[in-house]
Design a protein around this ligand. Structure first.
Ligand code: GRF
Length: 190
């Protein structure tokens, strides 16, 4: 039986696409559902291209435990993968998927994390702090933004000539290169 994962994404879906490409020939892992909170999110196009079912679960729906767990049950989801998901995961979902939910953050936590630290805000902060390196953090999800136990980190050196945009590009390359493999490693560890 394959492990069924649901990818939660609020944005363009580049990580979701990389995950689908990585697992397309791997029969032990199946992306059975894509969840987004935004009806205009680019990730919906990725879901349609790959013919993966998707569900739109907005902020108010997310607080409806029965509704959300029923959707995840319907697609027999074993593991939840956050890939650019911006809403705080509610307690009931953290509890139901304890130890089976991963997130990717575009910086080296515990620095540059927390509420409001997403996308370009993160890279601006890294740039303003004159950091010599940045990277990605893949961590388990708990009730607090970016505070769950760290599963893996990958780093990239920064030059004094780097801008927030070039830092974002360097970090994005790390995400697309490493997140799918780390998801595979995580699932094999369960
Ligand atoms: C990524 O940079 C990820 O680290 C962050 O949100 C962005 C999502 O991008 N949490 P995409 O939707 O996968 O293109």
């Amino acid at each position: 039986m394959p492990t069924r994962i649901s990818v939660f994404a609020s944005g363009t879906g580049s990580n979701t696409r990389a995950i689908l490409e990585f697992f397309q020939f791997n029969y032990d892992v199946e992306v059975s559902l894509i969840v987004t909170n935004r009806p205009d999110a680019g990730v919906i196009q990725v879901a349609e291209e790959w013919k993966v079912p998707y569900a739109i679960i907005g902020k108010s729906d997310l607080s409806d435990e029965e509704l959300v767990l029923a959707v995840l049950e319907e697609y027999q989801v074993d593991v939840i993968i956050l890939a650019g998901w911006l809403l705080l995961i509610p307690g009931y979902l953290v509890k139901e998927f304890k130890g089976r939910m991963l997130n990717i953050h575009p910086a080296l936590l515990p620095k540059f994390g927390g509420k409001g630290m997403w996308g370009s805000y993160v890279h601006k902060a890294v740039h303003e702090a004159n950091e010599r390196e940045s990277g990605i953090t893949i961590h388990l999800v708990n009730e607090h933004y970016d505070e769950g136990a760290i599963w893996a980190q990958h780093k990239v050196a920064l030059e004094s000539s780097d801008t927030p945009e070039s830092i974002e590009n360097k970090v994005r390359s790390l995400e697309l290169k490493h997140y799918p493999q780390e998801i595979k490693n995580f699932i094999e560890s369960l």
